[in-house]
Design a binder for this molecule. Structure first.
Ligand code: KIV
Length: 264
């Protein structure tokens, strides 16, 4: 089975075939999603919230990302693997960005994703010039939560809309091979998608993007702390997990587990 690569993603845009992307943070889920046939697995810095228990993505470190990227890389065989560059791993300058992006490739990623538009253009250019494929990420950028005054939909006013159109063009021009459009009006995301030659991957950006991404814990119905409007829960796995662990606890407590068949 041939591995998905950056050219396949470009071809999918040209042919109008939707790109399916999902997050994974370990080998087990990366293998399951790979077996299902997703196109791209993202080791997102959403790791901070859904796995490590942080309130936001700002405390995720390079060490966290390297360990989880390596784990996901061991699990997947075919899907294209993208790793997020965590906060402060690229904002501090191009040489830090190249070094840290390189570490993620050495851990098994085939591309890195970093947040920002015009403000990140120099960084995208530097990393892409080092032959490290870069996925951009514009709109609602979680690492800028404090600058945005919270997790707010972006691009609702005319000046914001103009800024996002400019961000998208600049990210492409700087050398990104694809761009995530997060938390923006569907009409704007559709316009950006038609304007750009690189694929757009939407999250909370409507159906007009070239592909979609969701955080695995959200779409599986495992994460209950908050439920953004853009999340569709394609499963409700929290309840079966609670039921199974509850049944195990009850069986241990009443002595019915382990039975003879589980004993030597
Ligand atoms: O960290 C993440 O999971 C992401 C996606 C939500 C796009 O950046």
């Amino acid at each position: 089975m041939r591995k998905t690569n950056i050219l396949d993603l470009a071809r999918m845009k040209a042919e109008g075939a939707k790109i399916v992307m999902i997050t994974a943070y370990d080998a087990l889920f990366a293998r399951i999603f790979d077996d299902v046939g997703v196109d791209v697995i993202l080791v997102g810095d959403s790791l901070g919230q859904v796995v490590l228990g942080h309130p936001d993505t700002l405390n995720v470190t390079m060490e966290d990302m390297v360990r989880h990227t390596a784990a996901a890389a061991r699990g997947r065989k075919r899907a294209f693997l993208v790793a997020d560059m965590p906060f402060l791993s690229y904002q501090t300058g191009p040489s830090d960005a190249i070094r840290n992006a390189g570490r993620l490739l050495q851990a098994g990623a085939e591309a890195v994703k970093l947040e920002g538009g015009r403000n990140a253009a120099g960084t995208i250019r530097a990393v892409a010039s080092a032959d490290i494929p870069v996925m951009g990420h514009i709109g609602l950028t979680p690492q800028s939560v404090h600058r945005m005054g919270g997790y707010r939909v972006q691009g609702k006013t005319d000046p914001q809309r103009e800024r996002l159109l400019d961000d998208a063009a600049v990210v492409q021009e700087a050398g990104a091979f694809a761009v995530v459009l997060e938390g923006m009006p569907a009409v704007l995301a559709g316009e950006i998608t038609r304007t750009l030659s690189i694929p757009t991957i939407g999250i909370g950006a409507g159906v007009g993007c070239d592909g979609q991404v969701l955080v695995m814990h959200d779409l599986l119905g495992l994460f209950d702390e908050f439920r953004p409007k853009f999340v569709k829960r394609f499963g409700e796995l929290r309840k079966p997990v609670e039921d199974a662990v509850g049944a195990y606890a009850a069986a241990v407590r009443d002595g019915s587990f382990p039975g003879k068949e589980h004993s030597f």
